[in-house]
Design a binder for this molecule. Structure first.
Ligand code: ATP
Ligand code: MG
Length: 725
């Protein structure tokens, strides 16, 4: 049941048809979002194979994500009756990896070479800098990382980099030593994958010719976001006889910060003597309200190649604009709306929730989790899995119970306090001997030190944290842990630590939200609470990380940054946090053309929607531990009013949602309150006891009482009838 070529081409418009059936020459398809670029590229592959111009074996197709490559192969599989496994489709990194695995000997790599992600790469850089005794004040490791990657992305090795002063000379040396270290350990970073592969082709004529002979047709999607090295790699692979079919949209170039060059389009035209430039102008994805909004936004950019999109799909629904009272209100609105859509029968997988920065996802995830809506986060770690958050949680776990070995091992020497591998071994040995936790062994071993360095210092620190957290609210406890542990100072001293501190602040925010929500929830008829609020919070954090991410097969809401959404489409799209400073991101004002790149991002975001689009923003938002009062993004103003519908009126909204409170300085409870540590109390059921701990304030005070025979209990004072004795 082979699909006849004519059937394959049915439904294409004239321009698309022209593009699909171009002769064997290099071509550039330049067109706006949703105009069928990806569809044209896929159909061309099918058409080339179907008409016998090339076998799948002769095709190399570069996509932007692995997901896109998979989708393409699935679609082709459905279109064509033959096996297409011989075709190569994947991302630049994926394809280079494949080539290097096949030719690892020629590039002097072990067959089992490992790939470093960015976090791994950063620690590798820090390691080599330590060995080299480099001052990381003068040479912030993240900056070194950026330097190394951009050199590689320009196709440059350390020896080829020019250095004009002692600083750049030193940078060059670090670059060189870092590469040596990677070579010794048999690892490659992302940029190295490409560079090594480029060198493979340029240094080995026979291998190069083999692949040039093989890949007669090279097709590249999202061409506007290729960097210099990727372009050079393509050029090498194409040689003089093969042709490249490139599709792209200059308005969707959103990776300049990673070295992407729109200029590659012009170079391509020139280097490949491109005669065929096809522009597609009909959009098949979105209704015209959405499309007109996107056009109106992007019109404010100056440096454009220029094109216009139209659709015959009709106006469709207005763009819904929601103004949240605060970020929580915004999140609640979004979740309620998604629930309603889902109840009406819309698949969750057809709904995307987009945000500009990863830090925004926490509060959204929290509401989704509470509502029991399955969701999947693309790209980026989930909030509670981030290293700095895990470190802070480990300290909190030690406050709750010192005996948590995993937590102890995680932070006993982080931030570093001079506890080496040998001391740790001794500690583990002692714990084995006395059959105790590491913490107990540490207490046995340690003298009466002060909080600080060494094992004594660590034990004293944890004890101090345990003592000082008594009587504090949950957010105060979290704040205390991040501060006393030295984590804040540690990251503050790290010039690149801002993001991490922001995430620590987010953890405090999470505690505030949890506190506001959970209080009084798990109280039984005796007024007993099952766990301290800290223990409840920690359970929540570990439960939320991992298991509650919807598994692959299940219908799930799609959560991702705008960057990760490129090329995708959804029936319904929510764009959250459309506020000045957030979107456009405040960082953009410091960068040349920063605002234009933000606008292209907004254009990408808006054009993901087929039928329904929501834009939301909040009057106030917790960011970096402070309440910030946001003003609506300028991008909202750039959308003609008649395309939108305000769902609520500005400013008048006052609701019952908990208003986030700024992080209060850690406050000791009032001195005159009756529930002091050591206070003797009586409970109608548990008998007499002694107060050993308390937390919360005024109306939601909880105390921990040692009732002797009845054991240790946490009690909510509002419910428990406690008498002081
Ligand atoms: P982006 O710039 O976002 O990557 P794109 O230009 O690659 O978008 P596609 O994803 O290929 O656009 O197409 C957008 C949608 O329009 C898809 O659902 C596609 O199937 C549909 N489409 C494209 N061309 C046609 C056509 N001729 N008839 C009907 N539907 C079409
Ligand atoms: Mg596309």
């Amino acid at each position: 049941n082979s699909t006849a070529p004519t059937l394959l081409l049915a439904g294409l418009n004239d321009k698309q048809l022209e593009a699909v059936t171009l002769p064997h020459q290099s071509a550039l398809i330049l067109a706006g979002a949703g105009s069928g670029k990806t569809r044209v590229l896929t159909t061309r592959i099918a058409w080339l194979i179907q008409t016998g111009q090339v076998s799948p074996h002769g095709i190399l197709s570069v996509t932007f994500t692995n997901k896109a490559a998979k989708e393409m192969l699935t679609r082709l599989g459905a279109m064509l009756p033959i096996n297409i496994r011989g075709m190569w489709a994947g991302t630049f990194h994926g394809l280079c990896n494949r080539l290097l695995r096949a030719h690892h000997r020629e590039v002097n790599l072990p067959a089992t070479f490992q790939i470093l992600d960015t976090a791994d790469q950063l620690s590798a850089i820090k390691r080599i800098m330590k060995v080299m005794n480099v001052d990381d004040e003068k040479f912030p490791p993240k900056q070194v990382l950026g330097y190394i990657n951009s050199c590689k992305e320009e196709g440059l090795r350390a020896y080829a980099v020019e250095s004009y002063d002692s600083h750049s000379q030193r940078m060059r040396e670090i670059f060189e030593e870092y590469d040596k270290q990677c070579q010794r350990e048999g690892v490659v970073d992302f940029a190295e994958l490409l560079l090594r592969c480029y060198e493979l082709l340029s240094n080995n004529a026979s291998i190069r010719e083999h692949y040039q002979h093989r890949f007669r047709y090279i097709l590249v999607d999202e061409f506007q976001d290729t960097n210099r090295l990727q372009y050079l790699w393509l050029r090498l692979l194409a040689g003089s006889d093969n042709c490249i079919f490139a599709v792209g949209d200059d308005d969707q170039s959103i990776y300049a910060f990673r070295g992407a060059r729109v200029g590659n389009m012009r170079d391509f035209e020139h280097d490949f003597n491109v005669q065929n430039i096809v522009k597609l102008e009909q959009n098949y994805r979105s209704h015209s309200n959405i499309l007109d909004a996107a056009n109106a936004i992007i019109m404010h950019n100056r440096n454009r190649l220029g094109k216009n999109l139209w659709t015959s799909a009709g106006k469709g629904e207005p763009i819904r604009v929601y103004e949240g009272y605060n970020d929580k209100d915004e999140a609640v609105f979004i979740v309620d709306e998604i629930k309603a859509l889902h109840a009406e029968g819309m698949e969750l997988g057809q709904i995307a929730l987009l945000y500009r920065s990863n830090a925004q996802s926490r509060i959204l995830e929290h509401e989704l989790f509470s509502a029991g809506l399955p969701y999947r986060v693309y790209g980026g770690l989930r909030f509670f899995e981030r290293a700095e958050v895990k470190h802070a949680l480990a300290y909190l776990r030690l406050i709750a119970s010192g005996d948590d070995d995993t937590a102890l091992l995680r932070v006993i020497n982080f931030p570093t306090r001079g506890i080496g591998a040998r001391s740790l071994e001794q500690l583990q040995e002692l714990a084995r001997q006395q059959d105790s936790s590491l913490w107990q062994a540490a207490c046995t071993k340690a003298g009466d030190g002060k909080p600080g360095r060494g094992l004594d210092g660590f034990v004293a620190l944890i004890k101090q944290m345990q003592e000082e957290s008594i009587g504090l609210t949950l957010p105060e406890q979290v704040e205390l842990a991040t501060r006393l542990s030295g984590l804040r100072d540690h990251y503050a001293a790290d010039k690149e630590g801002e993001d991490r501190i922001a995430n620590l602040d987010e953890l405090v925010n999470a505690a505030i939200a949890f506190n506001n929500q959970e209080i009084g929830m798990q109280v039984d008829e005796n007024g007993e609470v099952a766990m301290s609020i800290l223990a409840q919070f920690l359970a929540h954090a570990s439960l939320e990380s991992g298991e509650h991410q919807a598994d692959a097969g299940r219908d799930a809401l799609q959560l991702m940054t705008v960057h990760a959404a490129k090329g995708l489409e959804f029936n319904t799209v929510f764009i959250s946090g459309v506020e000045e400073g957030l979107f456009p991101h405040e960082q953009s004002s410091f960068e040349a053309n920063g605002l234009e790149e933000e606008r292209r991002l907004m254009y990408v975001a808006v054009t993901r929607a087929r039928q329904r689009l929501y834009l939301s923003f909040a009057q106030s938002r917790m960011l970096h531990g402070q309440v910030r009062y946001g003003i609506p993004s300028r991008f909202l103003d750039e959308i003609p009013e008649e395309l939108t519908k305000r769902l609520n009126s500005i400013g008048s909204k006052s609701n019952g949602y908990n208003q986030p409170v700024p992080v209060a300085p850690v406050a000791r409870p009032q001195a005159n309150m009756p529930w002091k540590i050591g206070q003797a109390v009586a409970h109608s059921k548990f008998g007499q006891g002694v107060v050993v701990n308390y937390e919360g304030n005024a109306n939601d005070l909880r105390v921990q009482v040692n009732f002797g025979k009845a054991g240790m209990k946490w009690l909510a004072l509002e419910y428990a009838k406690l008498e002081t004795l």
